[in-house]
Design a protein around this ligand. Sequence first.
Ligand code: DSN
Length: 411
Amino acid sequence: MSSLKVTDPEVYDLVRAEESRQQDSIRLIASENDTSQAVMEATGSVFTNKYSEGYPGKRYYEGQENTDKVEVLARERAEELYGAEHANVQPYSGSPANLEAYYALLEVGDPILGMGLPYGGHLTHGWGVNFSGRFFDAHHYAVDEETERLDYDAIAEQAREVEPEMIVCGASAYPRTIDFERFAEIANDVDAYLLADIAHISGLVASGVHPSPVPVADVVTTTTHKTLRGPRGGLILCKDEHAKAIDKAVFPALQGGPHMHAVAAAAVAFKEALEPDFTDYSEQIVANSRAMAEELKRRDFRLVAGGSDNHLVLIDMVASRDIGGKPASTALSEAGIVSNANSIPFDERGPFDPSGLRIGTSSVTTRGMEEDEMTQIVEWIDAAIEAREDEDALANIRREVREFCTDYPTP
Ligand code: DSN
């Protein structure tokens, strides 16, 4: 980054500081990961200079001989990776992808049924403060109060009452396997479209470690940067019958020029995810998440839904240690362990200091950590929560964490 250093030393210093922060800490934010150097290089490439409204072979500006090829590569690789009939690789990220899916298939005011935010859903699944709650007649399903898992019979009953035009499945904070086939049956039963938002688990789905919604859902949306380990970006997969509507929704309805540097980097990430070692990686993500869950339970932490089948664990901090999620995540951060406070189902506390703490294993697994290291991380989590008011103790853990991280370099 020699040019950046000369042109803008302030930004250069911040990039270097962020590199150090990422290297020196254990990053457990379930939606984050560490992309490869190859993905970074494509992201930082000259494709950032190019405008390419339209689609390969049908653009509005000249000079598309390379952008067309790179977008076709990305599209074909995404279709192969997920076994999808059609892929649109232009969405800027997950929220635009969901907006585009709604735009393609619904009219303003249509009833939709999605997972409520406090139960693990996403803002764009119809929550009131989001466009999806404002422009549609949004209804929400919860999880079962006792098991904290999806209750498909209850969702089916609610769907019969609401008669939605679309059912939205997928989650941002649900630690268990999602039964997409069951969701498809529920949607078919009420003649609704099924949208599956797999942003969190898309890497696990790509490698067959989590069942795929692609054969059964009308539309599947995802980000490309979570378990999939690509650049910041979005992706829509759909049946051929919806391809035209989806493509029109992305451009010209809701987006302008695609971010071609991100599309190129997504193509690289799809290629990486098609390699056999990506399946090993996905399996290790889940093994690590389960190992963390087991060690947490051994230390009497209460886990939402009793454990983990995917990349994340949701801890009920109030029940476990009589501490809110926010002070817990702050103490961990001071100890060099980065996570986020999160609502848990039927949370009685507000969203700024909810009862839960969400942790995920995508990044630590990329860095080569395995089950034994998860046990060590949980020991530090427990110790940091215990020592939350003791600055020296937190600083000591932080030193240990930094030393430990030197054995696990970021890409
Ligand atoms: N912000 C993402 C997450 O953390 O789950 C979802 O968009």
